[in-house]
Design a protein around this ligand. Structure first.
Ligand code: GLU
Length: 507
């Protein structure tokens, strides 16, 4: 079994936006597959038509693409084991449902929702299982002729898994070790519904993992309770030898307090829980996404990778996808829940903005420039970005920090003006203008700085006094990068225009 080729799958149900926990599941599957030279599949588990949400599948694919999580096979990727959308695999499932019926591992049940509800009222904690199934309407309690007649007459039915009570089921999990369950806690799960002519999640999931030769099932902790049922299904089919190995990932916890991370925590504390912006097609509710909030995909990947796993030892926390692939192992995943420290996410984003290519950042800033009717060439924007990115954690801050480069100030910060703009400031700014007129149009940073400082010294002015007013005139407030980097960006003509405007306005 251990020499099996590693093949993993990410198997989301298209029921809405992909939660950040789902992103982590996809990422760990990807890292595991890549680190073992294995395959990664994308399977869409859409057998529950009630919960199907239009657009969710496309959203999932786009989100994973943005993050750089690639698949070898699957929906939108193709491959030899398709179709990869479960709703297109009806014919395949029918065969396996029949197989379980033929083996006596499953049976047909006719109980209507009303009848089931009545039972639940009659019996406390009613469970459809070995202790109750003979009192229900199914092929175990009814004569064969009656069952056949009902089916022929078109009455809807379900197929239930016949679970033997009081058996020990051991699920061996790479992260949690051996987890033992008693089969009596399980009910006779519905595996197939004639009304949809589709299996339920459990059967489709097992049959597909088997047919798609999945070697490892890596998924969220919420699926751990389903795993004994899955083990029993493998047994019922006689597929124990090729049963995938399980790894159930730890829960993502609230950044503060206890409990599971929810979308409400994100709304409350101001961080996205979805990779991309999501508009719920029914309610039209808009949820923020990491991409639109101004995160770089590398930062999200790095941040999410460390929620429940760490490489240990001396390794740095800043890890590229390639480094993650080299270091990742399921054995190093923790059992304990991982606190969702979103400030750490911002910290990673700041880091990746610093190392990002300035032209790429300029491209990300371009839509905002367009919104403000600013036309600037990409190289120029890249230079502006380079000046301010050190102060930015999120992409929109690039605009907040650099807008003064593109737009001449229309007002001057009052507090700064009151404190800095003195009686002789106007005169000094005009002298500065005259000096700049003697310099090249490009105002080269070092040359300009030397000349300006020389003039200040010779005139006997205070360096601070002059430079503060200079900044106020050019930026409109007391912030921003190195003054002479700014003036080199603006050029002589614009710098002078700003000086003159400040003198006119501030007097
Ligand atoms: N369709 C399930 C989900 O939405 C898949 C669980 C599994 O990986 O087995 O997460």
């Amino acid at each position: 079994m251990s020499d099996r080729k590693v093949r993993v799958r990410f198997a989301p149900s298209p029921t809405g936006a992909l939660h950040i926990g789902g992103v982590r599941t996809a990422l760990y599957n990807y890292l595991f597959a890549r680190s073992h030279g294995g395959d990664m599949l994308l399977r869409i588990e859409d057998t529950d038509s009630q919960r199907f949400v239009p657009g969710a599948e496309e959203y999932i694919i786009e989100a994973l693409e943005w993050l750089g999580i690639k698949f070898d096979e699957g929906v939108s990727y193709g491959g030899e084991n398709g179709p990869y959308r479960q709703s297109e695999r009806r014919d395949i499932y029918r065969v396996y449902v029949q197989q379980l019926l033929d083996r006596g591992a499953a049976y047909i049940a006719f109980d209507t929702p009303e009848e089931l509800e009545a039972k639940r009222k009659e019996i406390d904690n009613f469970q459809y299982d070995a202790s109750t199934r003979l009192s229900m309407r199914n092929s175990l309690s009814m004569p064969k002729e009656e069952v056949d007649a009902l089916i022929t007459s078109g009455v809807q039915y379900v197929v239930r898994f016949k679970i033997e009570p009081n058996e020990e089921v051991v699920v061996s999990d790479i992260i949690r070790g051996e987890v033992t369950f008693n089969s009596s806690i399980l009910d006779d799960k519905v595996l197939y519904k004639s009304a949809d002519d589709l299996p339920t999640y459990h059967l489709a999931n097992i049959v597909d993992d088997h047919l798609m030769k999945i070697s490892h099932v890596i998924r969220g902790e919420e699926w751990l309770p389903s795993s004994p049922l899955h083990v029993l299904l493998y047994r019922a089919f006689g597929w124990e030898d090729t049963m995938p190995r399980f790894a159930h990932l730890p829960l993502l916890l609230k950044p503060d307090g206890n409990g599971k991370l929810s979308k409400r925590d994100g709304d409350r504390l101001g961080f996205p829980v979805f990779p991309l912006l999501w508009v719920d097609p029914k309610t039209e509710e808009v949820s923020s996404g990491y991409r639109e909030s101004g995160y770089l995909p590398e930062a999200v990947v790095n941040f999410v990778a460390l929620l429940g796993w760490n490489p240990g030892g001396e390794a740095s926390e800043v890890l590229s996808m390639d480094e993650l692939i080299k270091l990742f192992s399921l054995e190093k995943c923790s059992k304990a829940g991982a606190k969702f420290d979103y400030n750490k996410g911002r910290w990673f984003n700041h880091h990746y903005i610093q190392s990002a290519d300035n032209r790429l950042l300029a491209e990300l800033l371009s839509p905002t420039l367009a919104e403000h009717n600013i036309q600037a060439d990409l190289d120029y924007v890249a230079k502006a970005v380079a000046l301010v990115k050190e102060r930015c954690q999120l992409i929109p801050e690039l605009w907040e920090q650099s807008s003064f480069i593109f737009v001449r100030p229309t007002s001057y910060d009052e507090k700064t003006a009151r404190k800095r703009w003195k009686e002789d400031s106007a005169k000094q700014m005009l002298e500065l203008r005259d000096l700049l007129l003697t310099l090249p149009e490009a105002l080269p940073t070092e040359e300009t700085e030397t000349k300006v400082k020389q003039w200040i010294e010779e005139a006997g002015y205070g360096l601070g006094a002059v430079m503060n007013c200079f900044r106020l005139s050019i930026v409109g407030e007391a912030k921003g990068p190195h003054m002479f980097d700014i003036t080199a960006m603006l050029g002589r003509e614009e710098t002078i225009a700003r000086l003159e405007q400040a003198v006119r306005t501030l007097g």
